[in-house]
Ligand binder design. Sequence first.
Ligand code: MN
Length: 246
Amino acid sequence: MILFISDVHLAPQAPVVTRIFLDFLAGRARSAEHLFILGDLFEAWPGDDCLDQGNAGEDSFAADIVAALRALTRSGVGLSLLHGNRDFLLGDSFMAGCGARLLADPHVLSLPTWQFVLAHGDALCTDDRDYQAFRALARQDDWQSAFLAKPLHERRQAILALRQQSESAKRGKADFLMDVNPAATDDFLRAHGYATLIHGHTHRPARHDHIVDGIHVERWVMADWTDQAGECLCWDGETLTRELLT
Ligand SMILES: [Mn+2]
């Protein structure tokens, strides 16, 4: 059985979500062959050096999450992650610490009985030009090395400022800007062999039916996690099922 989760948005300020996530790792996730995390596991990620001793500050939040993921992979569960728009700086040290594999976004997942394509989902929100411009910039090696060269506290500040900007911009944004673009999505499904798409990012959980070139393609959008509940998708080899996690 394979499990998918997305948009957990872990943060020290969200203890209930953290508790639901840690329970999930120690419980439900243990019966899976593999867990796929489709981006935005963390609300923010300033760089893997936040895990270094001495940098953790007063709490060891990030290190505790790594330890819990490590315990999962040590128990024999495979773990793969995609970057989200919040945690695209998750790097090699984080992956090694967890025993996880970083996947390119999108990732084609070919299973014996079905073909999936996994994505965070932000790349399909092409109507939001401002965001796409930032995404293109921030995914460049030059930009990332320059950013990571700044002191950790400066990076944390910069991320906070960016979040505030984006929150206030969001309030003025039309609804469609924050969802996937239909034509871009159809092109994407066509380019990936009409595989079942699973993504998160939009926080609009649903199962959409697309007809592309006369072919029926399913698109599953995963929920973000809140203080009320988290969500995983379970593939048992035949069907996908949503499971509520509390
Ligand atoms: Mn996102």
